[in-house]
Design a protein around this ligand. Structure first.
Ligand code: CA
Length: 238
């Protein structure tokens, strides 16, 4: 997982009309730390692609309303966002055309989810180009987060985190020292909008804290009353 310019989670737009596949991919990508929007036809896909801010677009070729190539053409007139085309085996020839038209890569269905993740990471890295690519390990004090292996260690012990807890900790660690409001966390980690109930954040923070801080003397995750939460090493000099 890489961060976007704003230090938030990466946003992916998935344009796929096979509902089950779309649902499966959305869930898998969310669990892998991406924020995912889904469109089920070409028209909605084009609209979201042009109006939203995405770090990457996964674009099926055969779509109702408007096919993937037409959507790609519309995107390319306006945006340099990386586009990974998804296609059936018998359309591979068309994909050569897709690559000419500005797609960055393609995957033939059916594909392994791990392969999709690897291609996504490669495209995001390539896009980062000469800009400094984010470190894949984040750390503060005795806490280390390996973003590629999705492994959290504290004082040499592995923390057994859920996918959401890992994403929550990633965001807090990436913005260490900054107070993050419940609303920000709800928006970034759960993709919930402003009006959502932020109780889910409080519950998740409590669970995360039980694993991250409770077994250790020095606390890293702090509540700032009325404002939110901040991750920082405050009292490690003991
Ligand atoms: Ca399709």
């Amino acid at each position: 997982m890489l961060s976007s310019k704003k230090g938030t989670l990466m946003r992916i737009l998935l344009v796929e009309d096979e509902l089950k596949l779309a649902e499966y991919l959305q869930q898998g990508l969310s669990e892998s730390g991406y924020v995912v929007d889904v469109a089920h036809n070409g028209i909605d896909g084009r609209h979201l692609a042009l109006s939203g801010e995405y770090d990457l677009i996964l674009l099926d070729v055969m779509l109702p309303g408007m096919d993937g190539f037409e959507v790609l053409e519309a995107i390319r007139k306006i945006k340099p966002v990386p586009v990974l085309m998804l296609t059936a085996r018998d359309q591979v020839e068309d994909l050569v055309r897709g690559l000419h038209d500005g797609a960055d890569d393609y995957l033939v269905k059916p594909f392994a989810f791990s392969e999709l993740l690897a291609r996504i990471l490669a495209l995001l890295r390539r896009r980062a180009g000469n800009r400094s690519v984010e470190a894949t390990v984040l750390a503060v004090a005795d806490l280390q987060l390996d973003l590629v292996k999705r492994k959290a260690m504290r004082a040499g012990e592995r923390l057994n985190l859920t996918a959401k807890e890992f994403n929550l900790l990633t965001l807090l660690l990436r913005r260490q020292g900054q107070i993050l409001s419940r609303t920000t966390l709800a928006d970034q980690v759960w993709d919930m909008n402003f009006n959502s109930d932020t109780n889910v954040v409080e519950v998740a923070v409590r669970r995360l804290r039980a694993k991250l801080d409770d077994p250790f003397a020095a606390k890293l995750l702090h509540t700032v009353r009325g404002m939110g939460y901040v991750l920082e090493a405050r009292d490690l000099i003991a």
